[in-house]
Design a protein around this ligand. Structure first.
Ligand SMILES: Nc1ncnc2c1ncn2[C@@H]1O[C@H](COP(=O)(O)OP(=O)(O)OP(=O)(O)O)[C@@H](O)[C@H]1O
Ligand SMILES: [Mg+2]
Length: 263
C-alpha cells in the first residue's frame, strides 16, 4: 500500500497496538509535517513509548498503518523497510551510551555498523556531530566521565550520525536540571530550524512542551484525547489534559500556601 499523495512525512492511520491480549493503543490517527517539532504527551504508562516503537518499526501494529513519506512501513519488503529506517535517528528512553567505549566509538558505532565508510572517515563526521550538539574535547572520554546533560547531547549526536531526516527522542530532558533541560530545548529548536530535521519527541516536561512544540497529541487510556497547539491545552475541554497543563500553576500555588503555613 502506497500513499503517493500523502504530503506528510509521517502518517499514523487507525493504529491498534497490544501486548498479548492487552490493548494499549486504539484507533490512533495523526500526521506529522516535515520539519516540525511534534510532541507526544500523556501520563506514565499511557503508551507513548509503545507508539514510538511502532513508528520506528520495532513493533508491528495489530492493525493499522504507519506511513513514512507515503510508504507503508509494514507493507513493504524487508529491504525497503531497512532503507526507510535509515532515515531515522532515535534517542531511546533508557538509551544509555555504551559504558565501556568512549564518545568517539559511541557516536561512530552506527557509521561503522551501517555504512561502508573507512575508519578514517568516521572521526571527522563524529567531530561535526559533536560540534552540532555543542560539545568539544570529549572524544576520548567514557560516558561515566560526562555529566548527565553531556551524555544526552552525545546520545543526540549519535542519533544524528547517519544524517537522519527524522529524529525520535523519548524524554530527552528527563533527569536533567532546569538549565541543562533548557539547553537541550534550545539545541533541538536550533537543529530543527537550521537543518530542517523533523523531531518527534515524547515529553512530560511542561516548560519544554510550551517552548518548542509546534503541535502535539495527548494520549490517555490508549486514545488521542487532544491534538493541536499544546500552548492551548491548558484551556482544553478534556479535564485530564487541562489538569496536566495546569499542574505547574497548581504546584506553585500549593508551595505558596505551604510557605504561608510555615511562616
Ligand atoms: N514489552 C511489554 N510487554 C507487555 N506490556 C508492556 C510492554 N511494554 C510496555 N507495556 C505496558 O504497556 C503500557 C504502556 O507502556 P509504555 O512504555 O508505552 O508507556 P509510556 O507512556 O511510555 O510510559 P512512561 O511515561 O512511564 O515512559 C504500560 O501499561 C506498560 O506496562
Ligand atoms: Mg515511555
Amino acid at each position: 500500500m502506497n500513499e503517493i499523495q500523502n504530503p506528510h512525512i509521517i502518517k499514523v492511520k487507525k493504529l491498534f497496538a497490544r501486548y498479548d491480549k492487552k490493548i494499549i493503543l486504539e484507533n490512533i490517527d495523526f500526521e506529522i509535517n516535515a520539519g516540525e517539532i511534534f510532541m507526544i504527551i500523556g501520563g506514565s504508562g499511557c503508551g507513548k513509548t509503545t507508539l514510538l516503537n511502532h513508528m520506528i518499526g520495532l513493533l508491528s501494529p495489530s492493525s493499522g498503518n504507519v506511513f513514512i513519506e507515503g510508504e507503508d512501513l509494514f507493507g513493504v519488503s524487508e529491504e525497503k523497510q531497512l532503507s526507510i529506517l535509515r532515515k531515522f535517528g532515535v534517542l531511546f528512553q533508557n538509551g544509555a551510551l555504551f559504558a565501556s567505549i568512549n564518545v568517539l566509538a559511541n557516536i561512530g558505532l552506527p557509521l561503522k555498523e551501517l555504512t561502508k565508510l573507512p575508519e578514517e572517515a568516521i572521526l571527522p563526521i563524529v567531530q561535526i556531530k559533536l560540534k552540532m550538539v555543542g560539545l568539544d574535547n570529549v572524544l576520548t572520554l567514557l560516558p561515566a566521565e560526562l555529566s548527565g546533560g553531556m551524555r544526552k547531547r552525545v546520545a543526540v549526536a549519535r542519533a544524528m550520525a547517519l544524517d537522519p531526516k527524522i529524529i525520535f527522542l523519548d524524554e530527552p530532558t528527563s533527569g536533567l536540571d532546569p538549565v541543562s533541560a533548557g539547553e537541550m530545548d534550545t539545541l533541538i529548536d536550533n537543529l530543527s530550524k537550521i537543518l530542517g530535521i523533523t523531531f518527534v519527541i515524547i515529553s512530560h516536561d511542561l516548560i519544554s512542551i510550551k517552548k518548542i512544540a509546534k503541535r502535539a497529541i495527548f494520549l490517555h487510556q490508549g486514545q488521542i484525547v487532544a491534538e493541536g497547539n499544546p500552548k492551548e491545552f491548558n484551556k482544553h475541554h478534556n479535564l485530564i489534559v487541562k489538569n496536566f497543563f495546569n499542574r505547574e500553576q497548581e504546584e506553585e500555588e500549593e508551595e505558596e500556601e505551604q510557605e504561608e503555613v510555615e511562616l
